[in-house]
Write a protein that binds this ligand. Structure first.
Ligand code: NAD
Ligand code: DAU
Length: 351
């Protein structure tokens, strides 16, 4: 018999956090799951409508920087584990407002580490502090090679610098205080509930509304895309079977240039929307490149496959089709998240 965990998930109302929370609440009814989320522009309780009444689930609105709130939650729920997803996650926003990224991603993570260390200091057995991180900490690749767990950190955007810093703090708490940590660094996720500031949902939203599809630079940058449900399945595997103190890379073995990806999206959406072939690709518009735009990310996930048996389950074309279908059948969700603040953000970014 394994442990009956009481788990604090941070950022559980965001994109990846909501898929993770749903998986843990439904797969482990014997676990207590507490979702702490500040509900920034990226957090949305509509992402969790289907599980909000489950008896093993509690939502708490709050900031990971609030030490007294964290302490009271530790006292009340006696957490045995934390899965830390809360973050500012969008590279473009980090270019405009780097301090917000330092506050949540660096200071917030250190605050969480500190409270966990204090609460667990007399009994570290069976505790887990699992930090969710990104492949962007490794920097940018040329046309060849992959990021492994041994690749030296070389973050190049304020977002990736803040995530790299948080990873370093997590390792420092393990080394200095023996805090039982795990880290995973994942490539680009896509799927339902993805906020339409990121490339794929932004383009789906714009194709539906016949708006330009903004491609930064020449569209030649490469990302390694993974369906979000495959990511949270990997987190489940690492949480339960990964070794304390270890890092695991998670990736899709699925590299696409941005332009090839958007062309595939246009092709699939023309069919699904009953438009003539070639209609949506006419919306493609090349715009000013992102400052410091990393050329290529690609993950070598051999360690995760060999040690823990995880592999991606979906082909990209199939995952993309499922994703488009979800957005087409959830127009209320899409309309809600693209009204209000999103309009100002969009004008500021794209004119
Ligand atoms: P997201 O932006 O969709 O969600 C972030 C969540 O954190 C939101 O619900 C937000 O309200 C919450 N949050 C932000 N600041 C907070 C604070 N101070 N206190 C409490 N809650 C706060 O992000 P995501 O894409 O789901 O990413 C989740 C994690 O996974 C992040 O750590 C990110 O770096 C990492 N990651 C993301 C990807 C990706 O492709 N999206 C890939 C690899 C790793
Ligand atoms: O690699 C993992 C990372 O993937 C995560 O850590 C981040 O949280 C997540 O946001 C994502 O970062 P990217 O910057 O790669 O994702 P984004 O969707 O913003 O951009 C994907 C690519 O598309 C990138 O090369 C920039 C480009 N792009 C993006 C937008 C929003 C465009 O060409 N036009 C756009 O409008």
């Amino acid at each position: 018999m394994g442990i009956t965990h009481s788990i604090l998930i941070t950022g559980g109302a965001g994109f990846i956090g909501s898929h993770l929370t749903r998986l843990f609440v439904t797969k482990y009814p014997e676990y207590t799951i507490v979702n702490l989320d500040e509900l920034t522009y990226a957090g949305n309780l509509e992402n969790l409508n289907d599980i909000e009444n489950h008896s093993n689930y509690t939502f708490v609105k709050g900031d990971i920087n609030d030490a007294s709130l964290l302490k009271s939650l530790f006292d009340k729920f006696q957490f045995t584990a934390i899965i830390h997803c809360a973050a500012e996650s969008h590279v473009d926003r980090s270019i405009t407002d780097p301090l917000a990224f330092v506050k949540t991603n660096v200071l917030g993570t250190v605050n969480l580490l500190h409270v966990a260390k204090e609460h667990w200091k007399n009994d570290l057995e069976h505790k887990i502090f699992y930090h969710i991180s990104t492949d962007e900490v490794y920097g940018s690749l040329g046309s060849e090679g992959f990021f492994t767990e041994e690749t030296a950190y070389d973050p190049r955007s304020p977002y990736s610098a803040s995530k790299a810093s948080s990873d370093h703090f997590v390792r420092a708490f393990h080394h200095t205080y023996k805090l039982p940590v795990k880290i995973s660094n994942c490539s680009n996720n896509y799927g339902p509930f993805h906020f339409p500031e990121k490339l794929i949902p932004l383009c789906i939203h714009n194709i539906i509304n016949n708006k330009p599809l903004p491609i930064y630079g020449k569209g030649e940058n490469i990302r390694d895309w993974l369906f979000v449900e495959d990511h949270v399945r990997a987190i489940d595997t690492i949480f339960h079977h990964g070794k304390i103190g270890e890092t695991y890379n998670i990736g899709g073995h699925n590299e696409w240039t941005n332009i090839a990806l958007v062309l595939e999206l246009c092709k699939q959406m023309d069919i699904k929307l009953g438009r003539a072939a070639g209609t949506s690709e006419q919306l493609i518009t090349y715009v000013k490149d992102r400052a410091g735009h990393d050329l290529r990310y690609a993950i070598d996930a051999t360690k995760l496959k060999n040690e823990l048996g995880w592999m991606p389950s979906l082909q990209f074309e199939e995952g993309l089709s499922k994703t488009i279908d979800w957005y087409l059948s959830n127009s209320d969700w899409l309309n809600n998240v693209t009204s209000g603040e999103y309009q100002q953000y969009y004008k500021g970014m794209y004119g």
